[in-house]
Design a protein around this ligand. Structure first.
Ligand code: IPM
Ligand code: MN
Length: 362
């Protein structure tokens, strides 16, 4: 089992170190190799996704990714910005299916900005298409406007685009995921305005006919944004395009109290996957040893389940995380009165200790 470890920028290095520590505590045989990515790779090698890093990622069974980005790179030309590393990995490896669970942990119900009764027991799975849509559609650019109301003025444009096969394959992923849960899929679109999302809705409906045991409903994205804060527990599996999924998954993440708890998986057709926390590089707290490593540790659990075929090991990590939360250990982002504030490393150590103690009782 070969894992490419790409820590990246900001808190990325700190949180990935803890996830690696947890993986090593499992007594499984992993080959782990680390490479630079994002701003760190730009500094060292002049490119956010160096060829050697991409090669390592291609050859690995799974990629454990930290986070990329820092305000200091905002002025660089787009192709050299840290975000291009993650977009490039998604595109080059065909990682079209992005799983973003939003789970409200019992002990953290009060960390949510919503009333506890609205979020208690919340368990949503957002499935975001990750390699199409306006993120990658061509043409895109910036130019002097050739026509329109302001001829000659500067303009910028991007292309929103989906093909039928792209929509079909993500729809299948969503229906299959729903079969392992409560057999409900909500497809999010903007078919009332956009051709792209009329096709989306039509294709998801067609694919849905092949899953008669799964209930499908459709909702416009603006209403979805509203329902997510009004009655989030109405959702189970949510499937949507790249850009709507980007926005709604951040919104859903915050319902749970802390984005610092949420893992994600990005899979291709061969079940090779990239695993990363749902949060970013948080440059404001980087280097302070206070970041929450649990989202990355839980991403490592998803990696064991989806790409490395080690579901028991995944369960052990997830139980260990539950255990440290029950012990009252909290990093600053989820701390509240009456709980014990710990740093990044202490949190990782506590998860390792919980894993090691379950090993002894077996
Ligand atoms: C995410 C991030 C990325 C995205 C950025 C960093 C390119 O926001 O993974 O959600 O927009 O997809
Ligand atoms: Mn995002």
């Amino acid at each position: 089992m070969k894992i490419a470890v790409l820590p990246g920028d900001g808190i990325g290095t700190e949180i990935v170190a803890e996830a690696v520590k947890v993986l090593r505590a499992l007594d499984l045989r992993f080959e782990m190799e680390t490479a630079p990515v994002g701003g760190a790779a730009y500094e060292a090698q002049g490119h956010p996704l160096p060829e050697a890093t991409l090669q390592l990622a291609r050859q690995a069974d799974a990629i454990l990714f930290g986070a990329v980005g820092d305000w200091k790179y905002d002025k660089l030309e787009r192709q050299l910005r840290p975000e291009q590393a993650i977009l490039g990995l998604r595109k080059h490896l065909g990682l079209f299916a992005n799983f973003r669970p939003a789970i409200c942990y019992e002990q953290l119900t009060h960390a949510s900005s919503l009333k506890p009764e609205l979020v208690a027991g919340l368990d949503i799975l957002i499935i975001r298409e990750l390699t199409g849509d306006i993120y990658f559609g061509q043409p895109r650019g910036r130019r002097q406007a050739p026509d329109g109301h302001f001829p000659g003025a500067e303009e910028a444009f991007d292309t929103m685009r989906y093909t039928r096969p792209e929509i079909e394959r993500i729809a299948h992923v969503a229906f299959q995921a729903a079969r392992k849960r409560s057999r409900r899929v909500t497809s999010v679109d903007k078919a009332n305005v956009l051709e792209t999302f009329q096709l989306w809705k039509d294709v998801v409906t067609e694919v849905g006919k092949r899953y008669p045991d799964v209930a499908l409903d459709h909702i416009y994205v603006d209403n979805a944004a509203m329902q997510l804060v009004k009655a989030p527990k109405k959702f189970d599996v949510v499937v949507t395009g790249n850009m709507f999924g980007d926005i709604l998954s951040d919104e859903a993440a915050m319902l749970t109290g802390s984005i610092g708890m949420l893992p994600s998986a990005s899979l291709n057709a061969g079940n090779q996957g990239l695993y990363e926390p749902s949060h970013g590089s948080a440059p404001d707290i980087a280097g302070q040893g206070v970041a929450n490593p649990l989202a990355t540790i839980l991403s490592a659990a998803m990696m064991l389940r989806y790409s490395l075929n080690q579901p028991e090991a995944a369960d052990r990590i997830e139980s260990a995380v539950q255990h440290v939360l029950a012990q009252g250990l909290r990093t600053a982002d989820i701390w509240s009165q009456g709980t014990t504030k710990v740093g990044t490393r202490q949190m990782g150590d506590a998860v390792v200790a919980a894993i090691t103690s379950t090993k002894k009782t077996i």
